[in-house]
Design a protein. Structure first.
Length: 144
């Protein structure tokens, strides 16, 4: 039974380690491409919209830096706890701490998305919504 519990905890820790880099992605697209440039071209953003969007994305990236550092620290603590065969209570505490950081990163992205979306015209919103409905992938998804 203890072996099963340890495997489950290891699997959860591994899943969290994989999820954090995805959650922490900033406003840049996959492969190092500039997401703002993609959105500007796809949505035909005006210069004023591009300037405002850049400010929004830059502020989100700055806010995310601290959270990414906290997530890395929380992940390291989880890895250490797995190796030390920590108690269930310790895993609960560490998991909650990591979850709180992931929640902060999700909130930062959601706030940036809302501010960006508010900049768009009705036509741009329709095009953005269409793009977002296709699901995740390069140049797609709900996050600007």
């Amino acid at each position: 039974m203890n072996q099963v519990k340890n495997r489950m905890i290891t699997a959860v820790a591994a899943a969290l380690l994989c999820a954090v880099p995805l959650a922490a992605q900033g406003p840049r697209g996959a492969g190092g491409g500039n997401r703002l440039d993609f959105l500007a071209g796809y949505l035909s953003l005006t210069e004023a919209q591009k300037t405002q969007a850049k400010a929004i994305f830059d502020a989100a990236a700055t806010a995310s830096e601290t959270a990414r550092g906290q997530a890395q620290t929380a992940n390291e603590a989880l890895r250490t706890a797995v190796k030390a065969n920590a108690t269930d209570a310790e895993f609960d505490r560490l998991g909650a701490a990591l979850g709180a950081v992931e929640g902060q990163m999700a909130a930062i992205q959601a706030k940036a998305s809302a501010k960006f979306y508010a900049l768009l015209t009705a036509e741009q919103k329709a095009k953005y919504d269409e793009m977002s409905s296709r699901g995740p992938g390069p140049g797609r998804g709900p996050r600007p």
